[in-house]
Structure formats: structure tokens, C-alpha cells
Ligand binder design. Structure first.
Ligand code: MG
Length: 389
């Protein structure tokens, strides 16, 4: 008999971290009463802790699956969307067909313009949990359900070097190089001496063979971005990420056509429509879907569209317990166009102990977790910290 969804519940999970994301706070970056602060380098709000939203779905037969999405700010917004709307339209559905559920839920409010943001974040968490269940019902891993293993090991690049001084960041990168990693990315908002000085210091520390990318955090106009990228290119730049504001499609096109270095974008996208609206026009080289925003259904569609246009897919990694990272690795193991994956070592380390299951990144490679399903689930420690929202 066909199984059906019986319950959908959302929780927040908050985790203390030693050093704030992207490193210690600079002057003028004081947290408010809720623990939020604004990075002066990019005008973006972050919490001083780690937080995500987890979703648990249970079926009539007693099978359970987990999903996850962003909870960095206003996790209650995602919780309300699930509790007030999406849960009731998910209950009763066939968990073996997550893409059909995804499309129906997406359609509920698309003509009101809710085609991204918190709405699709909430949908992503439900979608990941349904894929987890669908694979468990078949007794296979999510990778196998998505089409099978293309690669066992996924090349990882080290991202985020949370030290306050340029020399210390270069030293930290070098310590990762000695542990078998040879690809790195630095972040513009905390490159206090400028982008060119940052890449020069990293290049001097890491040698000529290391891959070094720059995350420009959407903070430049097109012409300034091109100048910065050309200056960095003299030191061997692997790719430049997010050079202009997310809405500036014309600026993105200008940068892609003139910078002379591969341009990577897409961590803020929710669906393949975001890629489709840029793919013919912009000349993007690398697409960086974020599982916590896209869910598995959206992620697969973005990666497959990218693959049909000959683009590389190098997925984004962000703050979470590891559930959506596991989903991202399962998809990456199954997708031909994936050539690498971001490794946020500080998040990875601070979330250690929150998951049961294999989630490893050593000597430059992730291994996709085994199955069944996602092959991971929240540990006792994580479960004891979940707060219903
Ligand atoms: Mg980024």
C-alpha cells in the first residue's frame, strides 16, 4: 500500500560558536540584543551563533525523514510558513514523489510573487525531508535515488579563514594545505588590506599550484569589479565569486564578458528560474547552488540546466547542522557537472556532534554519506536542543 505523509514539524537549532562566522568582530560590529551584527565590509547581517531550521516529516508507516534550511535570521518566518500553510498541504501526499509535492507547493503562491526568499527556504526543508524518506522507503541512498554514483569523492575547497590579520589567514590556509587541501577561497568583507594584498599573501604562503578564489560578496559596481579581478588575476585567480549585487544582471554580464577570469554565482538563488534568466545572457562559468535554499528538487534542476550549457557546478556550503550539507553531497555525488564543493571548516567543526552518520571531509575530499536516505540524522545532542517553531 502507498505510504502517505502524516506529520510535518519545524524546529530551530542554535549552536554557540567560538568565533563569529568570517572571524572576530571588527570595531563597529557590535551585536544587538538578539545577537545580530552587521559586517561593515558587506553591510550584511549575521548572528554571533550558528542557527538553522530543521524539519521532521513522518509517514503513516512510521518512516521519518529530516530536512533543513536557513535559520540565520528570523527562523520564525520559515516556521510560520510551514506551520500555517505548507504542512497541511504536505500531509496526505505520497512521499515517494518529492518533486511532485515540491511543484504543487511552489504553485500555491507563485502568482503572488512568493517565488523565492523565506517561502522557498521553507519548501526546501520539506523537499529534503521527503527525498530522505523516499530513498529510505526504497532502501537506497539519496545518491542512488537521484540516478547513482558518478563520483565517490567530491573535491573540497577550504572557505573562510576566520583570523583577523592577513598573515594569520595565510598561515591558517597553509595549515589546511599541510592537511591535504590545495584549493581555497577568501572573503572580501574581511580582507582588510584589500583583495590584491590578500591574494598576494595567500599565493606567497601556498605556492604556485594552489587554487585561490575570491568571494567578492556582491559589493562592487561592474567596472570596479573588473579592475579588482584583473589586479587579482596577476597572482593567479581560480574564480571570482559574486562580484556585483544579486539584482544587477547587466553588471554581471559586463563583468563576465570583460574580467578574463571565470565568474561564479548562484548561492542566493532559490530555483532554476534564477539561472535560466541569466544563462544565455551573462557568460557565467560556475554555478554555486545552496541546498538550504533550493532543496534537492531545485538543486538538481539548477545543476542539470548548468550541465546542459557546459557550466561547472561547485555547490555552496553554509551554516547548518549538516543535514542539508549531506543532501548537497548526495546530489554532488550523482551529478556529472559538479567539479568541487565548498568546505566551511569553521561551520563543519562547530556542528560536529550534531549528526549521527558519516560526514567527512579529509585530505581535500568529501565522501558522500552512505544510505539509506541521507545517511545522517540529528544526534541525541541535537535533538535535545531542538526548539519547536
Ligand atoms: Mg559566497
Amino acid at each position: 500500500m502507498r505510504d502517505r505523509v502524516q506529520s510535518v514539524r519545524a524546529f530551530s537549532l542554535t549552536q554557540h560558536r567560538q568565533t563569529p562566522y568570517l572571524g572576530a568582530l571588527r570595531s563597529g560590529e557590535e551585536p544587538n540584543a538578539k545577537g545580530y551584527f552587521v559586517r561593515r565590509g558587506n553591510g550584511t547581517v549575521y548572528p554571533i551563533f550558528d542557527r538553522s531550521v530543521l524539519v521532521r516529516i513522518e509517514t503513516a508507516s512510521g518512516m521519518a525523514g529530516w530536512g533543513e534550511t536557513y535559520g540565520l535570521v528570523a527562523p520564525g518566518a520559515v516556521g510560520a510558513i510551514i506551520d500555517d500553510l505548507l504542512a497541511d498541504f504536505t500531509v496526505g501526499r505520497n512521499p515517494a514523489d518529492p518533486a511532485a509535492v515540491y511543484d504543487d507547493l511552489y504553485d500555491l503562491v507563485r502568482v503572488r510573487g512568493y517565488t523565492g526568499g523565506f517561502y522557498v527556504d521553507a519548501l526546501a526543508a520539506i523537499d529534503i525531508a521527503l527525498w530522505d524518506i523516499a530513498a529510505r522507503l526504497e532502501g537506497v541512498s539519496v545518491t542512488e535515488l537521484l540516478g547513482g554514483v558518478v563520483r565517490d569523492r567530491i573535491p573540497a575547497y577550504v572557505s573562510g579563514l576566520p583570523e583577523t590579520k592577513i598573515d594569520a589567514r595565510a598561515e591558517l590556509a597553509k595549515s589546511w594545505q599541510s592537511r591535504g587541501f590545495n584549493a581555497f577561497k577568501f572573503a572580501a568583507p574581511v580582507a582588510d588590506d584589500g583583495l590584491t594584498a590578500e591574494i598576494a599573501a595567500l599565493r606567497a604562503a601556498l605556492g604556485p599550484d594552489a587554487r585561490i578564489a575570491a568571494d567578492m560578496h556582491w559589493k562592487y559596481g561592474a567596472h570596479d569589479a573588473i579592475e579588482e579581478i584583473r589586479a587579482m588575476a596577476a597572482h593567479g585567480l581560480w574564480f571570482a565569486e559574486a562580484p556585483v549585487r544579486p539584482e544587477d544582471v547587466t553588471g554581471l554580464e559586463t563583468v563576465c564578458r570583460n574580467a578574463g577570469v571565470p565568474i561564479a554565482v548562484g548561492e542566493e538563488w532559490r530555483t532554476h528560474h534564477d539561472l535560466r534568466n541569466r544563462i544565455d545572457r551573462c557568460g557565467i562559468s560556475i554555478v554555486q547552488p545552496e541546498m538550504g535554499h533550493t532543496g534537492l528538487t531545485g538543486f538538481m534542476r539548477i545543476a542539470q540546466l548548468a550541465g546542459r550549457h557546459g557550466l561547472d557546478v561547485i555547490p555552496h556550503a553554509t551554516v547548518g547542522s549538516g543535514v542539508f550539507l549531506a543532501a548537497s553531497l548526495h546530489a554532488s555525488a550523482a551529478l556529472e557537472p559538479v567539479t568541487g564543493h565548498e568546505f566551511q571548516h569553521s561551520v563543519f567543526e562547530s556542528s560536529r556532534g550534531l549528526l549521527d552518520g558519516d560526514l567527512a571531509c579529509t585530505e581535500g575530499f568529501y565522501t558522500a554519506p552512505g544510505g539509506p536516505g541521507l545517511g545522517v540524522e540529528p544526534s541525541e545532542r541535537a535533538l535535545s536542543r531542538l526548539k519547536p517553531i
